[in-house]
Write a protein of this length. Structure first.
Length: 267
């Protein structure tokens, strides 16, 4: 169905993650793997070959006890919009196969597995290490294949995969709205699995362009920031923290530039 530009508003889905609430429990990582059929290996000790769409990092302020402070940072795909929010994100710009693209409808960076031939240019271009290469065909332990989600296609060997903001949930919500004769989605109709799973309520998801959604207000908080914001990748994942050393460390200040957090990113 074709919509006129006068009444079809542009969605821009994103997250606001409160780092002061995050306990580093890893529930978001587990929920993401289960929801999106993310494969795993019998031996996960080699982290260069493991796949984790949502990864939780741990940093500290570099001070010894009792001044030590710890912060956990959940990192999904940032769904970068590019300098001018035109979809020219680092990964989209370098992909020769057009296997990754930017959706003007949702603001989500897609990954089309059947187009990908595994050159991994996108992995090299992504400053957030949010993309992963499949080194093997997924093998599920006997019986576990029954727990796979029918809404997400497992990825084959030789392609790159990443967080999609659980895009299949968006499609299901849009289908439901269409059947009910609606063009817009309610805030609670489309939520990511990590948002649902977080026991401390640290992750908020919604339309960054919609004033009725919680993320719209949270992103304007004076303590809000984005990872490596100086790169101007224009991520759609915002973070909150009242701790100044956390905000400074997350913009990757070089040693000597910010002496008070010089050791914070050695983790």
């Amino acid at each position: 169905m074709k919509h006129s530009s006068t009444h079809q508003k542009t969605n821009k889905y994103g997250m606001v993650i409160d780092l002061d609430k995050c306990t580093g429990c890893g529930s978001c990582m587990v929920a993401c793997m289960a929801e999106n059929n993310v494969p795993f290996r019998k031996d996960e000790t080699d982290k260069t070959k493991s796949i984790t769409w949502m990864r939780v990092y741990k940093i500290n302020n570099g001070k010894s006890f009792p001044e030590t402070d710890i912060c956990y940072i959940p990192r999904p795909c940032m769904q970068c919009g590019g300098v001018h929010d035109d979809g020219h994100s680092p990964c989209v710009s370098v992909c020769p196969a057009v296997a990754t693209d930017y959706s003007q409808e949702t603001g989500i960076v897609s990954q089309i597995y059947t187009r990908c031939f595994g050159c991994r240019y996108c992995m090299a271009a992504c400053p957030y290490h949010a993309r992963y290469f499949n080194w093997w065909d997924p093998i599920w332990p006997e019986g576990m294949e029954r727990s796979l989600s029918p809404d997400v296609s497992p990825r084959m060997r030789g392609v790159v995969e990443k967080c999609s903001f659980c895009f299949h949930r968006y499609q299901l919500a849009k289908n439901k709205a269409f059947v009910e004769g609606r063009e817009t989605l309610k805030e609670d109709e489309y939520q990511t699995s990590c948002t649902d799973a977080c026991p401390s309520g640290a992750i908020t998801f919604g339309d960054l362009n919609d004033p009725t959604h919680a993320v719209y207000t949270l992103k304007q908080n004076k303590h809000a920031f984005r990872l490596l914001e100086r790169l101007k990748t224009n991520p759609k994942v915002y973070y909150l923290s009242t701790r100044s050393w956390v905000r400074e460390a997350c913009d990757n200040y070089i040693k000597g530039e910010m002496p008070q957090i010089a050791a914070a990113h050695h983790h």
